[in-house]
Design a protein around this ligand. Structure first.
Ligand SMILES: [Mn+2]
Length: 352
């Protein structure tokens, strides 16, 4: 898909939702929502987009004006410093009464400013669109997750006793950057031994000993889209029986969760399926997080494979399945893949 056609189709999608919510104008301040529409990356808080009928006004810093006119000729670009205020004034000048903004993504101060100006608090309309990835987005997500998987294949045989968690993280990150990734999608987690029992362990200078657990949870951003993968194994020849047992239970839970992924299935049922297997094996108390989350331009976005979610899976959703068992002071095992929901069920994106 060319940049122009994705702009046109995404603008059409946004305008349909604006109509459903009875507004004639929409203010967009989130930089990833802006990227979704324009395929142009702004840093946060630097730009305000205003959609009015077929016109997209772009209030931005002066430094963006020249590149934007070249790359996004469809925009009405206005360089200014007080961008939210400028958008509100534009609405007043155009005499538009029914305008809205994404209340959940707004800061208190700018939200208050827009509310006072008469703008309507709306739910996250663009998040609804971002949940269902189009063919171009699936392609980018596949490439991003492929790079993450290849990093695992590259790094695993190169890990040696005595290396620090940080050294392993650097190897992963260097590999992914060399494959074209622009950044990591979140802080790389590498945990050795008892550190693997902390689901969000902060990668440290701890050295790897012979015969202990390894956990790596990481991903990259490629062409704007995140990947997410977790792999765990035993380093050394004397793998304890308990580790093998726990690994197999988690793997069984992961496979069952993946098998259950289909359009029309409730995300809370994906969580229940994976959690049920771990609970049945007697480790229910040691699975201390949700089974998965949506992934896209954000590393954590809708829909969530969790007990309190009300989402129903749809074709184009991209989600993780990542059950885990964490035994404090001993070790932890989490196995995570990122998948795209398809007509037939799902496809794993974290593979070769
Ligand atoms: Mn994850």
């Amino acid at each position: 898909m060319t940049k122009k056609t994705s702009f046109t189709s995404r603008l059409t999608g946004i305008k349909q939702l604006m109509q459903t919510h009875h507004v004639d104008a929409l203010v967009i301040t989130n930089n990833l929502d802006q990227y979704y529409l324009l395929n142009f990356f702004f840093y946060p808080e630097e730009t305000v987009l205003l959609i009015v009928a077929d016109t997209v006004f772009c209030f931005t810093r002066d430094l963006y004006v020249e590149p934007l006119r070249r790359e996004c000729p469809e925009l009405e670009v206005i360089g200014c410093e007080n961008r939210v205020k400028a958008a509100v004034e534009k609405l007043k000048k155009l005499q538009i009464k029914r305008a809205g903004f994404d209340a959940a993504k707004e800061s208190y101060m700018t939200g208050k400013l827009m509310q006072t100006a008469g703008l309507k608090e709306l739910p996250s309309l663009i998040s609804q669109l971002r949940k269902e990835k189009d063919a171009d987005e699936i392609k980018r997500m596949r490439a991003s997750n492929r790079i993450a998987y290849l990093a695992y294949e590259y790094v695993r045989p190169r890990i040696k006793t005595g290396m620090t968690e940080t050294e392993v993280a650097v190897m992963l990150e260097q590999f992914m950057r060399a494959q074209g990734a622009s950044a990591v999608s979140f802080l790389t987690i590498v945990g050795f031994g008892e550190n693997a029992a902390n689901p969000h362990h902060e990668t440290s200078m701890r050295k790897l000993k012979n015969n202990e657990a390894i956990l790596m949870d990481y991903g990259c951003i490629y062409q704007g889209y995140c990947s997410d993968i977790t792999r765990c194994w035993w380093h050394g020849k004397n793998e304890p029986e308990e580790y093998t047992k726990v690994w197999k239970i988690v793997d069984k839970a992961r496979r069952a969760g993946i098998k259950a992924l289909k359009p029309g299935v409730a995300t809370k049922d994906i969580d229940a399926t994976a959690r049920g297997i771990i609970a049945q094996a007697g480790y229910g108390d040691y699975f201390t997080h949700r089974t998965g989350h949506g992934v896209g331009m954000d590393i954590h976005e809708e829909p969530f494979n969790s007990a309190d979610s009300k989402d129903i899976l749809q074709v184009g959703n991209v989600v993780t399945v990542e059950p885990g068992i964490y035994l404090p002071g001993k070790f932890g095992v989490r196995l995570e893949d990122t998948l795209a929901v398809t007509e037939k069920g799902s496809v794993i994106l974290t593979r070769k």
